[in-house]
Design a protein around this ligand. Structure first.
Ligand code: NAP
Ligand code: MG
Length: 512
């Protein structure tokens, strides 16, 4: 099946060495010799995944009303990992009822100090189970173990620690105002950072005294279900956190439930718009963290090798499955040739393969449908007249893998420049003046994240002020911290998560 999908890819011999017809064969062969690593797979023997998961409602596992289950696979092998419950609106009703009861009877009556202790305990238990969570995240979603181990899981724990600290200090967060919880929060998350997005949602909600019904994405439900086990082990009062699994309809049932007070959604702009329409006029609070098409602006005075590393991190990190990925490179004309050459050389050294191997730089595309979507965009790019470059290293036989890809010869109106591909695909344009860079950077419907590389601090501030994006990194990219707010402009969303700002969407403020 995967073979058929990969017809468009350059081919390799059985050892994974590119065949001579491969466009970059010479360089690739030299590099293969230079970068031959022994496999270093992380063992998955000690992790425990059940064959079948039910919903986690009211502190216990609850069978789905209709008795239907879905399957989650490992996208790197296409093997089944587990079954999980398919939630109906009846299941959602049950979860919301339990969450309301927990809100009224226990959680909202606890002091901030007591809530903080529970959240702190959740953070510690994520740390204790870090290895297992990282391996399951990589197996279920396809991301390299280096990322789930060094980024996703530590940051998830850090978010719980951070918001545990706010729970008894809300009076300082909002001086002169009283912060009351909202009630029951419906939270819907995507597949690209499953545990981390769960942490971004659940930690501030609990810190402010709300209870939660959360739905993970259908391709990556496992770490949310492991988190349910952590909630049980932590002795969190029943019903404070409820996990209902399923597909889009399950999410829609949460959005449309009349007794949900707030919706926190991270996902595509398309679904974000549907959600905003459905809750218009209901009085529900909401935050939407949506898509992006981040520009990377490289000025002529930039430290070029540092910029190349930044670009690699911005777009090939996590297979480009990052909402804030830098997917549009804008490079000043004088250095474009040199930079592209260095970028291609660096790309050739990236190791694509088993997500559980500690050497792997680029893991599997999250699902077959996402793989097909990326392949369609590669065709679109070629049909739009752009020139495509792909690295020539080996790809595994099974699973969904995509080579890092560059498109040159693109224009601003091309679909591959305007639309979010959500894969390891970078378009390259040049500019002459800072104004031209700003104009091009702002010319998409999105405004989530951006990056600038230059030697001059003044240029960072002068250009940065004019870029419409929620986050801007300078001479680096994809750096996260729980204390920093994150969110978008334009079609990239509404509201902020993280930091002090991340408390606002979960409270009603009144003057004291
Ligand atoms: P998606 O299709 O919008 O799905 C996101 C979540 O919404 C999933 O749990 C999905 O369920 C659920 N869902 C689907 N239809 C729904 C509906 N009608 N009502 C309520 N929920 C519904 O997005 P995705 O493909 O999973 O994720 C990729 C997108 O997320 C990209 O566009 C990316 O930029 C964005 N993203 C943004 C941020 C940010 O912070 N701004 C962070 C991460 C990702 P199922 O998947 O189970 O069907
Ligand atoms: Mg999966």
């Amino acid at each position: 099946m995967a073979d058929k999908l990969k017809e468009t890819m350059p081919s390799n011999d059985v050892n994974g060495t590119p065949k001579p017809s491969s466009p970059n064969a010479d360089t690739a062969e030299q590099i293969t010799m230079l970068w031959e690593y022994s496999p270093a797979p992380e063992s998955s023997e000690h992790i425990s995944i059940s064959d079948k998961y039910h919903h986690f409602i009211g502190g216990e596992w609850v069978h789905p009303e209709k008795g239907r289950y879905m399957t989650t696979i490992n996208p790197a092998t296409e093997n089944k990992l587990a079954e999980f419950a398919e939630g109906t609106s009846e299941d959602v009703k049950r979860a919301v009822k339990v969450a309301r009861k927990a809100y009224e009877k226990s959680w909202s009556n606890l002091s901030g100090k007591e809530r903080g202790k529970y959240i702190f305990r959740l953070a510690r238990m994520i740390q204790e189970k870090a290895r297992e969570l990282a391996i399951i995240e990589s197996m279920d979603g396809g991301k390299p173990i280096r990322e789930s181990r060094d980024v996703d899981v530590p940051l998830a724990a850090a978010h719980f620690f951070y918001y545990a600290g706010w729970a008894d200090k809300l009076g300082y967060a909002f001086p002169g105002r009283k912060a009351d919880p909202l009630g029951v929060c419906g939270q819907i998350i995507p597949w690209n950072f499953p545990l981390l997005m769960l942490a971004w949602k659940i930690a501030p909600a609990l810190a402010t005294g709300n209870t939660v019904v959360l739905k993970p994405a259908e391709t990556t439900p496992l770490t949310a279900l492991k988190f349910a086990e952590i909630c049980m082990d932590a002795g969190l009062p029943d019903g404070v956190v409820n996990i209902v699994t399923g597909a889009g309809q399950t999410g829609a049932a949460i959005v449309n439930h009349p007794d949900v007070d707030k919706i926190a959604f991270t996902g595509s702009t398309e679904i974000g718009k549907i959600i905003q329409k459905s809750i218009a006029g209901t009085g529900k609070k909401f935050t939407l963290e949506l898509g992006g098409k981040g520009p990377l602006i490289i000025f002529e005075d930039a430290p070029i090798d540092q910029a190349v590393e930044g670009i690699i991190n911005a777009i090939f990190f996590n297979q480009g499955h990052v909402c804030c990925a830098g997917s549009r490179l804008l490079v000043q004309e004088g250095i474009s040739e040199k930079l592209i050459k260095k970028l291609k050389d660096r790309m050739e050294t990236l190791i694509i393969g088993d997500p559980l191997d500690k050497n792997t730089d680029i893991g599997a595309i999250n699902s077959r449908s996402q793989y097909e979507r990326i392949m369609k965009y590669l065709e679109t790019g070629k049909n739009e007249g752009a020139e495509m470059y792909q690295t020539s290293g080996s790809l595994p036989e099974n699973g969904y893998f995509c080579r890092p890809t560059l498109f040159t010869g693109v224009s601003q109106s091309n679909r591959i420049v305007q639309e979010e591909i959500f894969g390891p695909v970078l378009t390259i344009q040049t500019f002459r003046t800072p104004d031209e860079a700003i104009e091009k950077a702002n010319n998409t419907p999105y405004g989530l994240a951006s990056g600038i590389w230059t030697d001059k601090g003044s240029k960072i501030f002068k250009t940065g002020q004019k870029i419409r994006s929620g986050v801007m990194w300078a001479n680096t990219y994809n750096k996260f911290d729980p204390t920093a707010p994150f969110g978008g402009y334009k079609e990239s969303g509404l509201g902020r998560e993280g930091g002090l700002h991340g408390l606002y969407p979960y409270v009603n403020l009144t003057p004291v």
